[in-house]
Design a protein around this ligand. Structure first.
Ligand code: PLP
Length: 433
């Protein structure tokens, strides 16, 4: 019967399956999902009396159109009828070509060339490779360090880990083995705050002092995600652009979490009207359907690399440019641009602001902040993940609190009453955690 099947599956999961940031075996069993449709996850059996959960996480920023969208399903099915995959070395295909051209159209003007990788972390690896190789090609191999600011998160492979927040971050275990990068202080908090002149001087001092060894500055623009869900002034992006131009340093924006409308602009860089030399995209790129990421660069970077002793970008994942993923990414972009996504994000922003108001008065709550379709409650203590998750599930909502944070970034198609429900669940989870 079905509960025996659920028990069997969860026992096998516990025995054999690693989960993200997971212990083996996992101390708290994951919830078994049977299917997902719209903004709802359907569990194989009821947990805390709930079989259906409204998804407050968009599967980690990705499922912006919800699950099982007919247009996205059709894009995958149609492409499946043609081919699911072919190697990208020596071969090419329409889904990848059209997607690359589309991304060039949508992103800031000087970005013209697209590398299609298969995960966000790999797209950051590729971004770093592009920058390091650019300087090597120009005969300046000593320019090989990266500067970032604290509180960042760029992925779990080695170069990305080296620019994640070094203290209290997830990667401190590896600190002795990672390339030694440069860290500016945390950017001052507050999307609406004017840039702080002292922080601007701090950035300037670091870039000037280290210009000879700096290949690139890499940051998450406007919203630092997994490193702490912090928002900062877009003004710092313009400051970084100026500093990088003045001191011969490349500028990389990691828009893997922020891209495709999440912060209220199509890309977070658009809040500042600033263009990077290299940009990483992922997560919502395929509407959360399939794994795909992109690294875009300018012609200056591409020509720099082509002019070097090794004129190729030496990277080529087996599943590069996967046609199914590229096709669904194209369809996801069509869907996004075909509806008034800005109105949806603004509506969700207003719903989260109203719904999270009462959380600010809870004991143990340090801060409540909302930007675009992102709502964050920060506690003054580490969250009890299991208790907070359970409290949300009891309200019929899926959340994944971590560190001192209970937060949500719902699909853009979430109806007002579900936004209110998510906000209530965030508040309940913050109170319980
Ligand atoms: N960069 C940012 C800003 C992210 O938020 C993430 C994922 O959370 C990554 C990079 C890594 O992407 P992936 O998990 O697809 O490797």
């Amino acid at each position: 019967d079905s509960s025996a099947r659920v028990r069997e599956l969860l026992a096998l999961d516990r025995e054999h399956v690693w989960h993200p940031y997971g212990a083996m075996p996992a101390p708290v069993p994951p919830l078994l999902v049977e299917s997902a449709s719209g903004v709802r996850l359907r569990l194989a059996e009821a947990v805390e009396g709930r079989r259906e959960l409204v998804d407050g996480m968009s599967s980690w920023w990705a499922a912006i159109h919800g699950y099982g969208h007919p247009a996205l399903d059709a894009a995958v099915t149609e492409q499946l009828g043609r081919m699911s995959h072919v190697m990208f070395g020596g071969l090419t295909h329409e889904p990848a070509i059209r997607l690359a051209a589309r991304l060039v159209d949508l992103t800031p003007e000087p970005l013209r060339h697209v590398f299609l990788a298969d995960s966000g972390s790999v797209s950051v690896e590729v971004a770093v490779k592009m920058c390091l190789q650019y300087w090597r090609s120009l005969g300046r191999p000593e320019k090989r360090r990266l500067l970032t600011w604290r509180g960042g998160y760029h992925g779990d492979t080695f170069q990305p880990m080296s620019v994640c927040d070094p203290v209290g971050g997830m990667h401190h275990l590896w600190s002795g083995l990672l390339p030694r990068q440069l860290f500016a202080d945390l950017p001052p908090a507050g999307f609406d705050a004017a840039p702080d002149p002292r922080y601007v001087s701090h950035l300037a001092e670091l870039v000037e002092r280290h210009a000879d060894e700096l290949a690139a500055v890499i940051v998450e623009p406007v919203v630092q995600g997994a490193g702490g869900m912090r928002f900062h002034s877009p003004g710092y992006l313009a400051v970084l652009r100026e500093l990088c131009d003045a001191h011969d340093v490349l500028l990389v924006f990691d828009e893997i979490a922020t891209g495709f409308g999440r912060t209220g602009e199509l890309f977070a860089a658009d809040h500042a009207g600033v263009a990077p030399d290299v940009m990483c995209l992922g997560k919502a790129l395929t509407g959360g359907y399939l794994t795909l990421a992109a690294t875009l660069c300018t012609t200056r970077v591409a020509e720099g690399i082509s002019g070097g002793a090794v004129p190729v970008l030496a990277h080529g994942p087996t599943f590069m440019g996967n046609p199914l993923a590229a096709a669904v990414a194209g369809a996801s972009i069509d869907l996004l641009l075909g509806r008034d996504w800005r109105a949806d994000v603004t509506r969700i922003e207003a719903g989260l602001r109203a719904g999270l108001e009462s959380a600010a008065g809870l004991p143990g709550v340090r801060d409540v902040r909302v930007l675009g379709a992102i709502g964050v409650v920060q506690l003054d203590h580490p969250v009890d993940m299991a208790a907070a998750t359970r409290a949300a599930v009891r309200q019929g909502v899926w959340l994944r609190p971590f560190r001192d944070l209970v937060y949500t970034m719902p699909p853009y198609v979430t109806a007002d009453e579900d936004v209110a429900r998510i906000a209530d669940a965030v508040t309940a989870a913050a109170a319980a955690g």
